[in-house]
Design a protein around this ligand. Structure first.
Ligand code: AMP
Ligand code: ZN
Ligand code: ZN
Length: 401
């Protein structure tokens, strides 16, 4: 009986989803490092207009609040511990190789990317999608790409060209036109790292992105399908201050012979040279101020982290504003910290026929719920994930005919 009920509930959800997404197009933009309160601190008329006419919310990233883990969470609805991109860098235990953004071989190895990214969920259900540099989209996950995709390492388009490309894709003849377009921009992350979050230079970067997004908005508004477009602008994580005075160097505490390697920085993933050294590493670092230290598998549940097969033997997370790394850092801003710290939270704006108008959500939502939201907008059935449409149902306009 339970099974029959489950079948009808699934069917009803699928029908509702198909009804919602039948005739609309969704554009989702990620602004790397788009801290939620940049729009309060800086002059951002377009983001303010989106808030007045559409939905304004604050999104909590997943832990760790890093670029690769979170973009791939937005794409799959899985937390990093479950999709496998557990850091910008980590060891692949089966092969002994290192996953890294700058290592083309491991970065583009589909074996490292678990879950079902939205562009594949869509493709399987007959919905065309396009990606412009979204993390994971230039990797042949399960042997496939989005219908239209770009290689981050080749022919890197300028920010303006990415907007041209999104508009071009939405101007294709109906049969070729993608219903989902995902676009990635490196700013304001780069400025936030170099200068710190609330600075003149980061202000300039955010205000520039605001006017660039305004151009995107105007160009989408001039398309014949304008009234059918849902536009989401969000990002992967926030940014906070760091300082040369608050840095701890890992090897000032550890013996060389204990450590095989230290990967990532927030959190630092320490792989022991031999299992017998795990306790030495753990017990030594437990005495150090300004960091939290766990053995793999022993992290607190709210971080949703620490069980993946490629996890370091010991996981070290610096307190917010502190650095624990192999080398000193020059940056004045960074991220990767505990995702419940508000400096790591992300701005979210959405406008279009499937969103409420002039609605500000009072509480943060988790970024794992973006995937089911996109599935709803596209009218497709989501694969199992860690998020839920229920969490964000208050922002949706269900009354649209
Ligand atoms: P983070 O160190 O977490 O701030 O990472 C930000 C960096 O990720 C940016 O400098 C981007 O150049 C890089 N990045 C973003 N998307 C990709 C991608 N698809 N492939 C390689 N690197 C990327
Ligand atoms: Zn980022
Ligand atoms: Zn960054």
């Amino acid at each position: 009986m339970k099974r029959i009920i489950l079948f009808f509930v699934t069917l009803a959800l699928a029908v509702a989803a198909v009804a919602a997404g039948r005739d609309t197009y969704t554009v989702i933009v990620s602004l790397d490092g788009f801290r939620w309160d940049y729009t309060e601190a800086f002059d951002t008329p377009f983001f303010d207009q989106l808030a007045q006419q559409g939905v304004k919310a604050v999104m909590m990233p997943s832990f760790p609040s890093k670029t690769f883990p979170n973009h791939y969470t937005l794409a799959t609805g899985l937390v990093p511990d479950h999709h496998g991109i557990i850091g910008n860098k980590f060891r692949i235990r089966d092969t002994g190789k290192r996953f890294s953004l700058s290592d083309i071989e491991t970065r583009t190895d589909p074996n490292n990317y678990g879950g079902d990214p939205i562009w594949l969920t869509a493709k399987r259900q007959g919905v065309k999608s396009a990606t412009i540099y979204w993390v994971g989209s230039d990797v042949p996950i399960k042997g496939e790409y989005a219908t239209y995709w770009k290689d981050y390492l080749k022919d890197r388009l300028t920010h303006e060209q990415r907007i041209d490309e999104a508009v071009r894709l939405l101007s294709l003849p109906e049969k070729e036109r993608p219903h989902l377009v995902m676009v990635y921009f490196e700013e304001p992350d780069a400025s936030g790292h170099h200068n710190g979050p609330i600075t003149r230079q980061t202000r300039q970067a955010v205000e520039r992105m605001d006017s660039l997004m305004s151009v995107l908005g105007q160009r989408l508004a001039s398309l014949p399908i304008a009234s059918q477009i849902n536009l989401i602008i969000t990002g992967d994580h926030g940014m906070t201050w760091v300082s040369p005075e608050r840095q701890l160097l890992a090897m000032d505490f550890l013996k060389e012979k204990w450590v095989k390697s230290i990967e990532n920085d927030f959190p630092a993933l320490i792989y022991a040279a031999e299992p017998q050294y795990i306790d030495s590493i753990y017990n030594t670092l437990k005495q150090v101020d300004h960091i939290r230290v766990w053995r793999r598998g022993e992290l607190p549940a709210y971080l949703n982290y620490g069980t993946n097969k490629n996890m370091g033997d010991v996981v070290v997370l610096a307190d917010v504003g502190w650095v624990f790394d192999k080398k000193p850092k020059k940056d004045l801003g960074t991220h990767g910290y505990d995702h419940t710290c508000s400096d790591m939270w992300v701005g979210f704006r959405a406008i279009g026929p499937d969103f409420k108008q002039g609605y500000t959500r009072a509480h943060t939502f988790h970024n794992v719920s973006i995937y089911p939201l996109l599935c709803h907008l596209l009218g497709i059935v989501p694969s199992p994930c860690d998020g839920s449409l229920d969490e964000v149902s208050d922002i949706i306009n269900f009354t649209r005919k």
